[in-house]
Design a protein around this ligand. Structure first.
Ligand code: SAH
Ligand code: SF4
Ligand code: F3S
Length: 468
C-alpha cells in the first residue's frame, strides 16, 4: 500500500506537533509512509513557526538545505506548512522558488487534494485560505510522529486575544473550539493505542467552548478524566485573565490532573502588561498563584516572560525580577522581545536596544536558574512518581566508569524530567514506557532531576510520593 514516502520537519509549539500528526494521518491514508531522513523522502514538509524572528530565520535556512537535496533529486516535492506559510503565502515561493507547495494552518484538511495535484505534475501551488470549521481527523488514526505514552490533543484553534506583540491571531485565525464528544473520543482512541497521558492544547484553554456554547473547560477536563486507562491530564496554555474559579477547583477535584500549570505572566510591570494588552495586573497574577497553591500546595507553576518589550524601563524590568522572586517558578521560558511585522507592538516605541535585552535576559535566567535549583534540591532524598517515557543515555557521558550505562527517563506529575537508573541487584526490574514508577531523587539540577528506581513501596517509610 505504501509506495511513497514523506518527511515532516516541525518547528514551533505543541500545536504544530499535533498538526504534524494530522498531516501524517492524511498522508498515510493516501499510501505514503514516514521516513526519518529527508534524503529518502518523495515529499518533504517544513511545518513552520513565526513567533519570533529567529524561528522564521530557521525556516529559510532549513529550506536552503532541502533545496540541496532537491538539486540532487529533482523529483522530490517540497512543501511549507504552518504559521509562516499562513502569513507569507506565495512570498515564500518568491524567496525560495524551488518550493512546490505552500499550505496554511487551515489548509491541512485540503492537503490530500493538494498533494494529488503535485503528483499529477501541477505546481507551484499555494493555499492559505480558511477552513470549513474546526479540523477533525476522520478515518484511521496512524499515530506516527508523537511518542505513544504522552500525546497532545488540540481542543481549540486560533486566538482572539490579540496581545500586541503576538503573531498567533494572524497566523492561526479566530478562536474555534472542538466538540467535547469528539475530543473525548480521540482521547479514548489514543489510550487504546497506549497513551497514559494527554496534554490538551489551545492558545487560551480557559475560554474553551465559550463562543460556541459548548461545555466549559473545567467540564471538559472532568469528561476527559473519566476515560479509563488514562493516568494523567495536562493542559496548556492558560491565560491568567480567564483562569476561572471552576478551573482552580478542578485541581482540588480531579486526581488525574497533574501537579502543574503553565501560566504565562509575560511581565511583572502593570504598565507593560497594559501595553501588551494582557488585561490583568501583577496583583491579579499573584492572587491566582496563591489560590492555586491553596488547593494544590505541591503544584508546579511555570511561565513565559518577554524582556525588552518596547518602552520597558529598568524599573519595569525590576518589577519582573521581583515577581519572579515572589512566585518561585518551577520553570520559566524567557524570551527577548522580537518585532513581528503587522503587530501593534511593532509600531510601539522606544525600542529597547539588543544589548539591553540580552543583559536583562541573562539577569532573569540567572535568577530563575538559582531559584529552580533550590526548589529542586529540596526534593533530594524524596520519592516521586514518574511516568516512564523510555531509555536514555546518561546526560554527562564524561562521567568515569558508567558512560554506557542505560538510564531511563520520565516525568513527574509536576512535569519535571527525571533521569533514573536501576538498582544494581540481580532481580533489578525492567521498566517499560508507560509505567508509573517510584523514583528516589539523588541529585537535582535547574532543569532536571537524577534518581534511582525505588522498587519497593513498603520501603518508602511514608514519604510523600506526590512531592515533586
Ligand atoms: N497563547 C500563549 C502563548 C503562545 S506563544 C499565551 O498567551 O500564553 C508562546 C510565548 O512566546 C508567549 O507566551 C510569549 O512569551 C512568547 N512570544 C510571543 N510573541 C513574542 C514576540 N513577539 N517576541 C518575543 N516573545 C514572544
Ligand atoms: Fe498570542 Fe496572546 Fe493569543 Fe497567547 S493569548 S497566542 S500571547 S495573542
Ligand atoms: Fe509558532 Fe504558530 Fe505555535 S507561530 S508558537 S507554531 S502557533
Amino acid at each position: 500500500m505504501f509506495d511513497r514516502t514523506f518527511h515532516i520537519h516541525t518547528i514551533g509549539c505543541q500545536m504544530n506537533v499535533y498538526d504534524a500528526d494530522l498531516m501524517a494521518n492524511a498522508l498515510m491514508a493516501m499510501g505514503y509512509r514516514p521516513v526519518a531522513d529527508p534524503e529518502a523522502a518523495d515529499l518533504a514538509i517544513v511545518n513552520t513557526c513565526a513567533i519570533r524572528e529567529k524561528a522564521e530565520q530557521k525556516v529559510y535556512s532549513l529550506l536552503g538545505r532541502l533545496a540541496g537535496i532537491k538539486r540532487r533529486r529533482p523529483e522530490m516535492r517540497l512543501a511549507v506548512g504552518g504559521c509562516v506559510a499562513q502569513l507569507a503565502g506565495r512570498r515564500i515561493q518568491r524567496r525560495a522558488p524551488y518550493v512546490d507547495l505552500v499550505f496554511g494552518t487551515r489548509a491541512i484538511e485540503r492537503l490530500p487534494g493538494l498533494v494529488r495535484r503535485l503528483e499529477a505534475g501541477e505546481g507551484p501551488l499555494s493555499d492559505v485560505g480558511d477552513g470549513d470549521g474546526v479540523m477533525e481527523i476522520d478515518g484511521p488514526r496512524h499515530a506516527v510522529l508523537q511518542p505513544t505514552v504522552s500525546r497532545f490533543v488540540t481542543i481549540m484553534q486560533g486566538c482572539d486575544n490579540f496581545c500586541t506583540y503576538c503573531v498567533v491571531p494572524y497566523a492561526r485565525g479566530r478562536e474555534m473550539s472542538r466538540d467535547p464528544g469528539r475530543i473525548v473520543a480521540e482521547v479514548e482512541v489514543l489510550v487504546a493505542a497506549g497513551a497514559r497521558e494527554v496534554t490538551l492544547l489551545g492558545q487560551n484553554v480557559n475560554s474553551y467552548g465559550n463562543k460556541e456554547g459548548l461545555c466549559s473547560f473545567a467540564e471538559l477536563l472532568t469528561r476527559v478524566a473519566a476515560v479509563e486507562g488514562l493516568a494523567r491530564i495536562r493542559f496548556t496554555t492558560s491565560h491568567p485573565k480567564d483562569l476561572s474559579p471552576a478551573l482552580i477547583d478542578a485541581f482540588a477535584r480531579l486526581d488525574k490532573l497533574c501537579d502543574h500549570i503553565h501560566l504565562p505572566v509575560q511581565s511583572g510591570s502593570d504598565r507593560i502588561l497594559a501595553r501588551m494588552n494582557r488585561r490583568y495586573g501583577r496583583q491579579t497574577y499573584l492572587d491566582l498563584v496563591a489560590r492555586l497553591r491553596a488547593v494544590r500546595p505541591q503544584i508546579a507553576i511555570t511561565s513565559d516572560i518577554i524582556v525588552g518589550f518596547p518602552g520597558e524601563t529598568e524599573e519595569d524590568f525590576n518589577q519582573t525580577l521581583d515577581l519572579v522572586q515572589a512566585v518561585g517558578f518551577d520553570g520559566l521560558f524567557a524570551f527577548h522581545y522580537s518585532d513581528r511585522p503587522g503587530t501593534p507592538a511593532s509600531r510601539l516605541t522606544p525600542k529597547v536596544p539588543m544589548a539591553v535585552k540580552r543583559r536583562r535576559l541573562d539577569a532573569l535566567n540567572e535568577l530563575q536558574n538559582a531559584a529552580a535549583l533550590a526548589r529542586h534540591q529540596a526534593l533530594v532524598g524524596r520519592t516521586v512518581e514518574v511516568l516512564v517515557e523510555g531509555a536514555s543515555k546518561r546526560s554527562d557521558p564524561g562521567r568515569p566508569g558508567d558512560d554506557d550505562r542505560v538510564q531511563w527517563t520520565g516525568r513527574t506529575s509536576s512535569n519535571k524530567v527525571v533521569n533514573f537508573s536501576l538498582p544494581s541487584s540481580a532481580d533489578a526490574p525492567s521498566p517499560e514506557a508507560g509505567q508509573l514508577h517510584r523514583v528516589r531523587i539523588e541529585a537535582a539540577f535547574a532543569h532536571s532531576l537524577l534518581g534511582v528506581w525505588a522498587p519497593d513501596p513498603a520501603g518508602l517509610k511514608g514519604e510523600a510520593c506526590h512531592a515533586a
